[in-house]
Each structure stands twice: as structure tokens, then as C-alpha cells.
Design a protein around this ligand. Structure first.
Ligand code: NDP
Length: 293
């Protein structure tokens, strides 16, 4: 069997197109363009790249962006003070504090300072907490997990009653995606670094989400034939045959697993593009919510 390829790039482009249309409609109705504020603390190169691409994506969708930078030496009070200013700014509908924050800053307190209604990254403890509660809905769901759920939706797989295995239990991917799968009535197993029989557990999965950050860890013989495999990992591996000297691979050994799975996301071009698309969608939702819709 050769798996269907789940095309995250094309799906993300559709989401972004829909966001741009929504923004155009809002503006045509005389409403202001939605606004997203980004807060970048310190000089982490990867964070700078992520924030730049988020700002660029906003521009393309008609969302106004407000980029704020603070030095790595910024105090807790300065970061929280900036967040509070943005909470009070009516042009700002969504606030994104790029993580991780430099050492010495209390991430949870910063996230807690964000107005719940502007928490477009979905990391406010109340939004995350609601994900874990039956019958409660978060105002915003974190962007990578919601992108994963969106991609699962495009495969047509019935999540209700499905065996789902999530590899990884991080706050930003593994745990929230596991909670979302439970909300979709899947039976969910969460694996982590202390799980004893990883291949045996993974083999039970109708749906596998791999978010461990270990290059090509999931092998072909770990996967149940026909399973839907979502590979979140982004890992650099050396490749002297390429000019830049490395290539990106996922947490899943794509060449082996695509021969067994029913559907699989590639890396790159799978989950990655969905993250920014969902951030834009959350920002428009925030703007509509704040306008009373
Ligand atoms: P973290 O490092 O925060 O979490 C990794 C998780 O995997 C932990 O729960 C850890 O277990 C578990 N783990 C690590 N090694 C093993 C192992 N050998 N066996 C079993 N479990 C293991 O990573 P993130 O969740 O932040 O990211 C995961 C991957 O997803 C990374 O490659 C990252 O680059 C990528 N990513 C991609 C995004 C996208 O937009 N496509 C967005 C965010 C992340 P324990 O808890 O026990 O330590």
C-alpha cells in the first residue's frame, strides 16, 4: 500500500485564502482590519525567523501587524507591562508572545497576563485548562494542534472510537493535541520518554501523531497498515549532497511509513504550514469576537 499524501501546504493555502476573504469582507463592511501584535524577547535566531514569517503572512491576509521587540535583558515587569499595553490597545485583536522566553522570565505569568480574548496562540492557562474539561470550549486552540485536527478532518477519518496514539506530551503540541483527540471521542494513548514499549503501543494506532523531535524515529514496522500518520517533527539532519549541508526530516521515517500507512503528512509541507494559517484564522476570530459577533 502507498499512503495518500496529506498536503498541508495546499490546505494551509486554502485556509489563508479564506482568512483573506473574511478580512476583505470585514473591511468592506466598514470595520477595521484585524490586528496581531507579536512580542519577541531576545535574539533567538529561530524565533526571529518565526516572527518574521508570521508578520509576512499577516500582511498577505490583510491583517495589520504590530511587531514589538524587547532585549533579552528585559525584566518580567517590562514584558508583562508591554502585554498589558497591548491588551488595552483596540487596534490589537490578538497577542502572540513568541516562545521560548529567555531564561529568567516566568513564561506562565507572561501568558497569564494576556487578555483571554486576545490569546490567539491559545496558551493562556485558562484556554489550555478548558481543553481538558468536558463540556467546556477554549476561546482559542493552540495553532499547531488545531492545524493537526484540521488536517485529520481533510482525510475523512472517523475519530470517534478510533485508537489514537500521540508521541510526545509537550505543552505546545503533544498534550493539547491529545486533549483535542479526546474531545473528538478518540481513545487516546500519550507516549513519552518513559514509555516502555513504544513500537508495540504505536502499532495499535488508527491515528498516530508524532511530536517528539527525534529524526525518523517511527519506523515502517511500528505502524498499523492503513493508519493515518501526522508527523509534526522538524529535525535537521546532515546531508553533504545539498548545498546548505542539511535537510529537514520528521519524526517518522517517511519512506518506510508511506508504504504501510493509509495517509501521511510529509515534512516539510505537512503540519508546518498549518500553524501560521491557524494563527491567522484565530486572529480574525478574535477580531470578530471583540466586535460582538
Ligand atoms: P518537546 O521537546 O517539548 O517535547 C518532546 C516530547 O517527546 C516530550 O514529551 C518527550 O518526552 C518526548 N520524547 C522525546 N524523546 C523521546 C523518545 N525517544 N521516546 C519517546 N518520547 C520521547 O518538543 P515539541 O513538542 O515542542 O516539538 C516536537 C517536534 O515538533 C519537534 O521536532 C519540533 O521542532 C516540532 N514542532 C513542529 C511545529 C510545526 O509547526 N510543525 C510546531 C512545534 C513543534 P518527556 O516528556 O518524557 O520528556
Amino acid at each position: 500500500m502507498t499512503a495518500n499524501i496529506i498536503d498541508g501546504k495546499a490546505t494551509a493555502a486554502q485556509v489563508r485564502q479564506k482568512v483573506a476573504e473574511d478580512v476583505a469582507e470585514m473591511v468592506a463592511a466598514g470595520k477595521p482590519n484585524p490586528g496581531l501584535a507579536t512580542v519577541l524577547v531576545g535574539e533567538d535566531p529561530a524565533s526571529q525567523v518565526y516572527v518574521r514569517s508570521k508578520i509576512r503572512a499577516c500582511e498577505q491576509a490583510g491583517i495589520e501587524s504590530f511587531g514589538h521587540k524587547l532585549p533579552a535583558t528585559a525584566s518580567q515587569g517590562e514584558v508583562e507591562g508591554l502585554v498589558k499595553e497591548l491588551n488595552a490597545d483596540p487596534r490589537v485583536n490578538g497577542i502572540l508572545v513568541q516562545l521560548p522566553l529567555p531564561d529568567g522570565l516566568d513564561e506562565e505569568r507572561v501568558l497569564q497576563a494576556i487578555n483571554l480574548e486576545k490569546d490567539v496562540d491559545g496558551f493562556h492557562p485558562v484556554n489550555i485548562g478548558r481543553l481538558a474539561q468536558k463540556g467546556r470550549e477554549s476561546l482559542f486552540v493552540p495553532c499547531t494542534p488545531s492545524g493537526i485536527m484540521y488536517l485529520l478532518g481533510t482525510t475523512g477519518i472517523k475519530l470517534e472510537g478510533a485508537e489514537a496514539v500521540v508521541l510526545g506530551r509537550s505543552n505546545i503540541v503533544g498534550m493539547p493535541v491529545a486533549l483535542l483527540l479526546v474531545k473528538s471521542n478518540a481513545t487516546v494513548t500519550i507516549c513519552h520518554s518513559r514509555t516502555k514499549d513504544l513500537p508495540g503501543t504505536v502499532r495499535q494506532a488508527d491515528v498516530l501523531v508524532a511530536a517528539v523531535g527525534r529524526a525518523e524515529m517511527v519506523r515502517g514496522d511500528w505502524v498499523k497498515p492503513g493508519a493515518v500518520v501526522i508527523d509534526v517533527g522538524i529535525n535537521r539532519v546532515e546531508d553533504p549532497t545539498i548545498e546548505k549541508g542539511y535537510r529537514l526530516v520528521g519524526d517518522v521515517c517517511y519512506d518506510e511509513v508511506k508504504e504501510v500507512a493509509g495517509a501521511i503528512t510529509p515534512v516539510p509541507g505537512g503540519v508546518g504550514p498549518m500553524t501560521i494559517a491557524m494563527l491567522l484564522a484565530n486572529t480574525v476570530r478574535a477580531a470578530k469576537h471583540q466586535q460582538g459577533e
